[in-house]
Design a protein. Structure first.
Length: 257
């Protein structure tokens, strides 16, 4: 049986599982993990096929969620960034008894643009898939650059993301393509409307991948959830605005306990 890379730090009463985004690994949380470990029992995970969880091929969203659940604590706050937000949302839908609260960060229930829905044009995601085969590393770097564009600390934030990617062996092209396929095809808008557990959505105002126009649409579709927009952040608000980000998680934890 394959084992996910999984690290647990901290001794807080609440368990907090952090799920990273496409192309990355759990090292991306290093800027906030010390702060969070002082308050939570923190679980850092490399998603199947990414980082140190190498012995996996591409897999659909439901299977990825199931794989992550196997090593998870019985009950936790699940936080997912970008692609990780879809995985955490899938876990909340299929195993709500394991989820104390859901936190999605710079994530969308439907990343692909539709006629009535703002998002990434499907042809852009298809183009990334094609470019992965042609120039693997440059394509990943371009995607990372998109995530920080527009912020005051864009260059510095992009360097952090690039360093995170390069600190470990790159995922296989098949795994990266599988992740893009999830981003291109997943649509959890309707299923998540019936979610009754606490759900905090954190966004960056300047995010070019998850447009802020989705926030009022989801406020209406999911009135039981709560949204926070970080004013000068883009797609990686925990890197550009760590203090504000951690404060939101501490406040959520206090409301739950």
């Amino acid at each position: 049986m394959n084992n996910l890379w999984w690290q647990t730090v901290g001794t807080g009463n609440s368990h907090l599982v952090l799920l990273h985004g496409w192309g990355l690994n759990a090292e991306v949380w290093s800027c906030i993990s010390e702060e969070l470990a002082s308050q939570f029992t923190l679980h850092l995970v490399d998603l199947p096929g990414f980082g140190r969880s190498r012995n996996y091929g591409a897999m659909p969203l439901a299977q990825m969620a199931e794989e992550v659940l196997q090593q998870a604590p019985d009950r936790a706050i699940w936080l997912g960034w970008s692609l990780g937000g879809l995985v955490a949302s899938q876990i909340a839908l299929t195993r709500p008894e394991r989820v104390q609260a859901l936190v999605t960060v710079a994530s969308s229930p439907c990343f692909s643009a539709q006629s009535d829905w703002p998002g990434i044009k499907p042809e852009v995601l298809s183009s990334f898939q094609q470019q992965l085969s042609d120039d693997f590393q440059r394509t990943v770097e371009r995607f990372l650059a998109l995530q920080t564009m527009g912020t005051e600390t864009a260059r510095q934030d992009a360097r952090i993301l690039k360093k995170t990617v390069l600190s470990l062996p790159m995922p296989d092209v098949e795994v990266l393509n599988g992740g893009l396929e999830i981003l291109k095809t997943a649509d959890l808008r309707t299923p998540l409307a019936s979610l009754t557990l606490p759900h905090l959505r954190i966004y960056g105002y300047l995010d070019g991948l998850v447009p802020r126009k989705i926030v009022p649409l989801l406020d209406e579709q999911w009135p039981q959830s709560e949204a926070l927009i970080i004013a000068k952040a883009a797609h990686a608000p925990f890197i550009s605005h760590p203090a504000e980000f951690c404060a939101a998680l501490m406040a959520l934890s206090q409301r739950l306990n």
